[in-house]
Design a protein around this ligand. Structure first.
Ligand SMILES: Cc1cc2nc3c(=O)[nH]c(=O)nc-3n(C[C@H](O)[C@H](O)[C@H](O)COP(=O)(O)OP(=O)(O)OC[C@H]3O[C@@H](n4cnc5c(N)ncnc54)[C@H](O)[C@@H]3O)c2cc1C
Length: 457
């Protein structure tokens, strides 16, 4: 529990209105409540980089852990705090500082919400591609902390590709700037890259320089409905084989679609088996032609219905369904285990086929959705956490999935840090020597080990 002395020092920095130390003021991510035991004591909400650095200095002096937090939506619970931690919220550092159409650069504070940023940038005729498929608000700082990718990563890549530089406050009290506002910057170590995906374990980013693109002139959304998930995955492979790189190529299986239907009206028919969502973008002629070709491929791969979203409103209805899918699955279940599997693109139909077989054999309720074009999918399995035999069942299924993925030359485990999650099935942990180097790097940034100690990278 934080001492009154530490709380007073924090109040002196952020003011009475920048600190919340009553339980009802503390907005905890779900994972904090379920997994991390008691509620946190104190959330501080600095307004400036200087205040962030001073909060970190106080925490360092007293050896108090600090958990940076944007919106707290990270599925791995990586911004969940424990009793006695300080939650450092970026909620009041939420300004878009500049958007330059000439330089194709935006400078933003970490607490800016992704959705607001995306909208503002598009109003200026520009485009910021990383778009995590979450219906809940998330922040730029959180996307840097988690190195997110999202719906349009197939064509455009993820956050790593767009962060040109940033300002960082370190727990040592230092403030550094890394990277630059120019497209090329090759001097010295690329500390910004190291920071991206570091789950708030190295410091707090206080300003981010983001690369922008011109907004594509057209986006065409095509929807294909299949009876079998494997056919949808086959079609996605054939679309890419044809040399078409859609800006998004997403799949939702029957269980996912049924969960969405239970939440209200949806733009797809009630008996849809698997839905493939294909977005092509660019110059109107080219994007339209690619959409037609992709649709033909879906037909010849067994789609029972292929249609183009006729209006942007209709297209948005499909994207909203995709964004709400995970939440719909969670709502329909006692608790949900969501895994991430990645296989080489050419094996994605085999993966979908074998996971669907697994669903039939034993994984009642498992749903499959995700970025099929990237060979990256999320099997999600319902679980009763209070029932040990059900937990064992799910662990067994997860083990089978991980074996299947490895046998297809793929990878099992999160695309980003593990957060508070289960590391036992991971196969990507670095060697002992690699881990030692990681520890030494962490020590250089955070010698007292106060930055988000609960999160595992
Ligand atoms: C339904 C759903 C679907 C999703 N789908 C995708 C997807 O398809 N692809 C994808 O990539 N992601 C996906 N995500 C993950 C999503 O992108 C993250 O939840 C989001 O980016 C986290 O943002 P946040 O503001 O909530 O961050 P938080 O959860 O608050 O923080 C995330 C991490 O970043 C750290 N952090 C936050 N701010 C800072 C800062 N200023 N400096 C240093 N560290 C900081 C935190 O300590 C924590 O470790 C999905 C999430 C949900 C809920």
């Amino acid at each position: 529990v934080l001492s009154a002395d530490v709380i007073q020092k924090l109040k002196n920095i952020v003011g009475d209105d920048g600190i919340f130390d009553r339980t009802e003021d503390l907005l905890a991510p779900a994972a904090e409540v379920e997994d991390a035991g008691p509620q946190v004591d104190v959330r501080v909400s600095p307004k400036t980089a200087d205040e962030v650095a001073r909060v970190l200095a106080v925490a360092s002096e007293h050896g108090v852990p600090v958990v940076p937090r944007g919106s707290g939506t990270g599925p791995s619970g990586s911004s969940a705090a424990r009793e006695g931690d300080i939650v450092l919220s970026t909620a009041r550092m939420n300004r878009i500082l500049s958007i330059s159409a000439e330089d194709l650069i935006a400078v933003v504070q970490p607490g800016v919400e992704m959705e607001e940023f995306r909208r503002t940038v598009e109003e200026a005729g520009l485009f910021y591609p990383p778009d995590a498929s979450s219906e809940r608000p998330s922040t730029i700082g959180g996307s840097v902390g988690e190195s997110t990718s999202g719906l349009r990563a197939l064509k455009y890549g993820g956050t790593r590709k767009y962060v040109m530089g940033m300002k960082i406050a370190l727990p040592t009290g230092e403030r550094i700037q890394t990277g630059a506002r120019t497209l090329k910057c090759v001097t010295g170590y690329d500390l910004a890259r190291l920071f991206i995906g570091s789950l708030g374990t190295l410091g707090v980013c206080t300003e981010v320089y983001l690369k922008l693109l011109p907004l594509p002139e057209t986006r065409v959304v095509t929807v294909a409905i299949f009876d079998r998930a494997r056919d949808a995955a086959e079609a996605s492979m054939r679309i890419l084989d044809r040399g078409i790189v859609p800006s998004a190529l997403e799949m939702m299986d029957r269980t996912t679609l049924q969960a969405l239907l239970r939440t209200g009206d949806q733009p797809f028919p009630e008996d849809a088996g698997t839905l493939l969502l294909i977005e092509t973008d660019g110059l109107p002629g080219a994007a339209g032609r690619q959409a037609v070709e992709a649709g033909e491929i879906c037909h010849s791969s067994g789609a029972r219905d292929v249609r183009k979203a006729q209006t942007s409103h209709a297209a948005e209805a499909f994207w909203n369904a995709r964004r709400s899918a995970l939440a719909a699955l969670c709502r329909a279940r006692p608790a949900t285990v969501m895994e991430e599997v990645r296989v080489p693109r050419s094996r994605v139909a085999d993966l979908v086929g074998s996971l669907m077989a697994l669903v039939e054999i034993e994984a009642a309720g498992m749903a499959l959705l995700g970025h099929v074009g990237e060979g990256r999918l999320h099997p999600t399995i319902p679980v009763h956490l209070s029932d040990p035999s059900d937990v064992s069942r799910v662990r067994r299924i997860v083990g089978k999935i991980s074996q299947e993925v490895l046998s297809l030359g793929g990878r099992f485990g999160p695309e980003r840090g593990v957060g508070l999650g289960d590391v036992s099935f991971l196969d990507e942990r670095p060697s002992a020597e690699g881990m030692d180097l990681v520890k030494r790097l962490k020590d250089a940034f955070d010698p007292k080990g106060i930055m988000n100690p609960g999160a595992r990278l």
